[in-house]
Write a protein that binds this ligand. Structure first.
Ligand SMILES: O=C(O)CCC(=O)C(=O)O
Ligand SMILES: [Fe+2]
Length: 404
């Protein structure tokens, strides 16, 4: 903005560290000052005023300030892996481009032509068996019929894949989840007694990251002879856990089995933007996932399946028969033996976001939110919008300027 009589120059308010387009619309620009006072002065001078160089149109300005990084924020950061090898959780596999873009389109069209069930924050569809969110179990009385034909190509590909004994898995339950940007899933382990070992999750339409937590004290043993006494503990309040995260691009399929399925809680952070290898990647206008599972046939017994009580943050362990469970699980799956913690105590499955610490991506989301308020939402899903500098500041991808 040139200096003239009507419009002062932005440079007169302080050191400008960068000016760059906020998006492709050509109507929004980000000006980065070296300090907040300068931004505040520029805001006061320009906001709501006409701009002669823009045909006397009004300027609408908002500004954001990076939060200082704190120990809490550092703790919140977790490196996001791009491959299962890098993530290094036994039993977890990620296959890129499992389906083609055309197949993805067809799957989305198929579910969009069918009725969605609206939960608090996201929409779902169930096929095969209905999943009950109160009990976190399938309702065996509600057999909805075989899986629909639109999912057959996916099932065939799973069977034909090199996955361990994939051909023998008769997947019979499908949950379709649709997540708007900013909506994730709380930490949980899919109920043991409801589903068999292998759980597949196909990502469509947009990316997200999935995080994993393994509470300390547990060791995964494939040798049943190494059985130990299992004590119960509510892991919900424990902060003593390992964390890992992996990036799930659209058209990839994730397989959780063994340790990954039983010993690690998985969840999707409630982010609009994910920090992946120091790139900030915007979530799409939606992410749709197909979670494919095999219902337990009732012969296997699992214990400590967690039921959600009336309060969202309370869990209740259903102790069926720990010794039977240990034997069966050991024989069938290997054993997750825990010193001082039960193996299947899950944080309740609910649809509400975690109201915990703000994550470093959420800081960026506040910034992002400011632009959303000023209108003109563009769906630049999966687009790298910038990167996170070591000192915690957001750096835009095109100019390298620090935004305010
Ligand atoms: O959306 C996903 O990929 C995961 C869904 C999930 O974890 C579940 O339905 O249990
Ligand atoms: Fe799950």
């Amino acid at each position: 903005m040139a200096k003239n009589q009507k419009n002062p120059s932005i440079c007169q308010f302080g050191v400008v560290r960068g000016v760059h387009a906020a998006d492709d619309s050509g109507t929004r620009v980000i000006v980065s000052f070296s300090d907040e006072g300068s931004a505040q002065s520029a805001f006061t001078a320009f906001n709501g005023r006409r701009c002669s160089q823009l045909s006397d149109r009004f300027l609408h300005i908002r500004y954001s300030v990076p939060r200082p990084s704190s120990p809490v924020r550092d703790r919140d950061m977790v490196d996001v892996s791009l491959t299962a090898d890098e993530l290094n959780i036994p039993g977890l596999h990620l296959f890129m481009d499992f389906i083609t873009p055309k197949e993805e389109e067809e799957l989305l069209a198929a579910v969009d032509s069918r009725p969605w069930i609206s939960l608090a924050k996201r929409r779902v569809q169930h096929y095969g068996y209905e999943f009950c969110y109160q009990t976190r179990n399938v309702d065996t009385k509600k057999f909805l019929g075989g899986l629909p034909s639109f999912v057959s190509p996916v099932l065939e590909r799973i069977s034909a894949s090199s996955l361990d004994d994939a051909a023998t898995i008769n997947l019979d339950q499908l949950t379709v989840n649709e997540y708007p940007p900013g909506v994730g899933l709380s930490p949980h382990i899919d109920t043991n007694s409801a589903f068999e070992d292998k759980i597949f999750s196909l990502s469509l339409a947009g990316p997200c990251i999935m995080e994993f937590r393994r509470y300390q004290g547990g060791i995964w043993q494939s040798d049943p002879a190494m059985s130990k006494t299992v004590h119960e503990e509510n892991t919900e309040n424990s902060t003593n856990f390992l964390r890992r995260a992996i990036y799930l691009p659209p058209r990839s399929i994730l397989l959780l089995s063994g340790e990954a399925r039983y010993a690690w809680h998985h969840y999707i952070p409630h982010h609009k933007i994910d920090n992946v290898k120091d790139s900030l990647i915007r979530r799409a206008s939606r992410r749709v996932s197909f979670t494919l599972r095999k219902r337990q046939d009732g012969k296997s017994i699992a214990v400590n399946d967690v039921l959600t009580s009336s309060g969202p943050r309370h869990t209740r362990a259903r102790n069926i028969d720990a010794s039977v469970k240990r034997e069966r699980d050991a024989a069938r799956l290997g054993k997750f033996v825990v010193d001082g913690a039960s193996d299947d105590v899950s944080v309740p499955f609910n649809d509400e976001p975690d109201h915990g610490r703000a994550s470093e991506s959420e800081e960026m989301e506040e910034f992002e939110g400011n632009f959303d308020q000023s209108g003109g939402h563009d769906d630049t899903s999966g687009v790298v919008v910038g990167r996170r500098a070591r000192d915690g500041r957001f750096v835009a991808s095109d100019t390298g300027s620090t935004t305010i």
